[in-house]
Design a protein around this ligand. Structure first.
Ligand code: SAM
Length: 347
């Protein structure tokens, strides 16, 4: 793991790569990283992160699981493989992981990426992860909450990402920014929402609760369609890659999970003139999703007591050709984008 002292110069490569200076404009060869499982049986078990391994590790250090923090560890090696394969990490990519746990996934990400920023809120797990990542020079572990509030990412995480980008630039490289994580259910929505607001990923490959995965990719009119569907759908293409049974995790959660992949669509994002305004608009509208859209818009415009508000919404309805009975859950993300812009402009 990245340590303040005794850090070898990165030069053109990572530890183990030949230290030739980088040639501007030319990508240095991909450094070889060991991908074969470790020969040592204990290390091999750690890499597989089996239930037996975790039970022993936790009992050795006297760690008891905190369910409120979504501590359900992925114990199916094939699914860890699938998560990594789906992410398609390349050597110049910077990866954010939320929830290092015991660093089983972090270690894999470290082998594949330029740099990994991983956040862990539980100090006991952060210690275990740090021990395991001692040789992973390209990992920055941020100990603490990934969020600084419901609507804000922790400054330390953003600073670590900035440092990773600066280090990559200094080597004359460019790459993507990826979110790859077995996300703790308690922060999955704010993490994805806030990243799309302030620090958009090029792609996200995450395990989340199945219900949340379905919301992220839901289309108008379906029962799952909500503010998150609009916010994500207005910026990304998404697909559920695999539904995961509770047995993929230890301890077993009560419900299914899913691996979901989101790919940012830059053109969709560029079409949103005011991202914070759009984010707030969608949230406000879906606070009253069961109500008629007309009433919700009039409320946002100032209330039905104000004739100007009623008139303003009537004009919008005419422009968009909306039926009076339309509800928010029937509008496609791109219609929401156009509506928010027109609503803001009609003030
Ligand atoms: N990455 C590991 C794995 O795949 O097995 C652990 C994933 S586990 C689902 C979620 C992890 O996120 C736990 O280690 C938990 O302590 C951590 N976590 C929960 N809330 C967090 C937060 N707000 N910020 C950072 N980490 C958090």
């Amino acid at each position: 793991m990245k340590r303040p002292a005794a850090k070898p110069p990165r030069g053109s490569g990572r530890p183990g790569s030949s230290a030739k200076p980088a040639r501007p404009g030319r990508r240095p060869p991909r450094p070889s990283r060991p991908r074969t499982p470790p020969a040592d049986p204990a290390a091999a078990q750690a890499a597989r992160q089996t239930t037996a391994y975790l039970k022993k590790l936790f009992s050795d250090v006297g760690f008891s699981i905190d369910a409120r923090r979504g501590q359900n560890f992925l114990v199916d090696l094939n699914l860890l493989d699938l998560l990594e394969r789906t992410a398609g990490i390349e050597p110049d990519d910077i990866v954010l992981e939320v929830g290092s746990g015991t660093a089983a996934l972090t270690e894999r990400l470290s082998r594949a990426a330029f740099r990994v920023v991983t956040a862990e809120i539980d100090p006991r797990l952060a210690t275990l992860a740090r021990d395991r990542l001692i040789d992973c020079e390209n990992v920055e572990l941020v100990e603490g909450d990934v969020l600084a509030g419901k609507h804000q990412l922790a400054p330390a995480v953003l600073a670590a990402l900035d440092a990773a980008v600066a280090a990559r630039q200094a080597e004359g490289r460019t790459g993507r920014f990826l979110l790859v994580a077995n996300l703790p259910y308690c922060v999955a929505t704010p993490v994805i929402s806030n990243l799309l607001l302030v620090r958009p990923f090029d792609a996200a490959t995450v395990t989340v609760q199945r219900e949340m995965a379905e919301r992220m990719i839901a289309t108008p009119g379906s029962g799952s369609y909500n503010a998150l569907s609009v916010w994500v759908g207005a910026q990304c293409r998404g697909e559920i890659v695999r539904v995961l049974p509770p047995s993929a995790f230890w301890p077993r959660p009560k419900i299914d999970s899913a691996i979901v992949r989101l790919d940012l669509e830059p053109k969709r994002r560029q079409a949103i003139a005011d991202l914070p305004g759009f984010h707030a608009f969608v949230r406000d509208i879906f606070c009253h999703r069961r109500k008629l859209l007309r009433g919700v818009l009039i409320r946002l415009a100032g209330g039905k007591q104000q004739p100007a508000a009623v008139e303003r919404v009537a004009r919008l309805y005419q422009t968009f050709g909306f039926d009076r009975s339309i509800r928010a859950e029937e509008l496609a993300p791109e219609t929401f984008v156009a509506l928010q812009q027109a609503f803001a402009a009609s003030e």
